[in-house]
Design a protein around this ligand. Structure first.
Ligand code: NAD
Length: 336
């Protein structure tokens, strides 16, 4: 366990076992402030996978906060979803006590498998929660940041606005659907896929999008491929099929492994590092938690463009992949 922590430079790992609750809170780096990161509530094949997930995600949050200039550290929690029947409210009350015990050094939020009702439940007994129904859903802010990021990447690689640019969106969930709306309003042409046929149908009607089968979207002739579903979309199978010039979407951990970012660079595909382009949601959650006004949130999200411009420029000048440039920039903030 300690070697796992050392490899990721993770500072603290907290465990809680109480009734049905089997939970982990990973705190990666608290240099910039208390850690803020979502609570994942999914089934795992084994306990080790859950711990590794929490560590990997917590590290990502440190890097995300550093480059988004948010005064938060990186943390994440995982609750292993029980396989049989369980009392959901009771489970989240117990989790809230676990978060409370850390005295505000970890602020929780929504993530895969958790919903706003769970956050409201936590908030009844613990103030360290940032995405309750009172504070609002961060997804619209994530989508604004991703649309701005795609615009910035297209300007760099294609030297033009979004008008007529062909974008393929994989996943029309909370962020993907809002992103489609923004891109359509800017004149982009959309190709979409989702495992939920109803969402695809809606996109065809609302944004004149062309429907594509989920396993085909990454390989069709496009200008921009935008992964907005699950992570790992850029993997050993898909990377050679890509025909786009930009990869830019909201999904976390888009590269199944870091070396695939090098492959994208060699193929002259401009990759907008996921934790940079999708940081609008963190900016929103942190700002709302700290009581900032919408004007300040909008201003912070607009700064994403400057960060991406800098990453793309340095990548160009040094002939290095964008994900490596982003990691270097974040590590300078976290460790220098
Ligand atoms: P969501 O669950 O609302 O949407 C995901 C969508 O992807 C769903 O419509 C689902 O049906 C679809 N999908 C799943 N597998 C698919 C496949 N193989 N092919 C096509 N579609 C598929 O999630 P969300 O909140 O929109 O988040 C999307 C991604 O962005 C996640 O990886 C999340 O971690 C990341 N993210 C979200 C936020 C946020 O503010 N919500 C912030 C940062 C990062």
């Amino acid at each position: 366990m300690f070697s796992l922590m050392r490899e990721s430079a993770l500072q603290e790992l907290h465990y809680c076992q109480k009734g049905d609750l089997n939970a982990v809170i990973a705190l990666h780096n608290l240099r910039l402030g208390p850690a803020l990161g979502g609570c994942r509530f999914i089934e795992y094949d084994n306990e080790q996978d859950a711990v590794i997930d929490a560590i990997r995600l917590a590290k990502g949050m440190s890097y995300k906060a550093a480059l988004a200039k948010v005064p938060q550290g990186g943390g994440k929690s995982v609750i292993i979803k029980p396989k049989g029947a369980f009392d959901r409210e009771r489970l989240f009350y117990q989790f809230a006590e676990f978060v409370s015990d850390l005295g505000g050094r970890y602020i929780t939020a929504m993530d895969s498998g958790t919903q706003v009702e769970d956050m409201d439940c936590i908030r009844e007994v613990c103030p360290f929660v940032s995405s309750s129904s009172e504070l609002g859903d961060p997804s619209p802010s994530t989508a604004i940041g991703v649309a701005l990021g795609i615009k910035t990447a297209v300007q760099h690689r294609m030297g033009q606005s979004l008008k007529g640019v062909r974008v393929g969106i994989q996943g029309l969930g909370h962020v993907g659907a809002a992103l489609a709306e923004h891109l359509y309003a800017e004149g982009a042409k959309l190709w979409v896929s989702d495992i939920d046929a109803q969402k695809v149908k809606q996109a065809e009607q609302q944004w004149q999008a062309t429907a594509v089968a989920p396993h085909e979207i990454s390989g069709i002739e496009l200008d921009v491929f935008s992964p907005c579903g699950l992570g790992g979309t850029i993997n050993a199978q898909t990377v050679d099929t890509l025909k786009c010039v930009v990869v830019a979407g909201c999904a976390n951990n888009q590269l199944a492994e870091s070396a695939l970012g090098d492959v994208l660079h060699d193929k002259h595909i401009l990759y907008a590092p996921d934790y940079v382009i999708n940081s609008g949601g963190l900016i929103y959650a942190s700002s709302r938690y700290r009581g900032l006004a919408q004007k300040e949130i909008d201003h912070s999200i607009s700064k994403l463009k400057d960060t991406l411009d800098k990453i793309f420029m340095l990548s160009n000048n040094k002939n290095l992949p964008t994900h490596r440039i982003a990691n270097e920039m974040a590590e300078q903030i976290l460790y220098d």
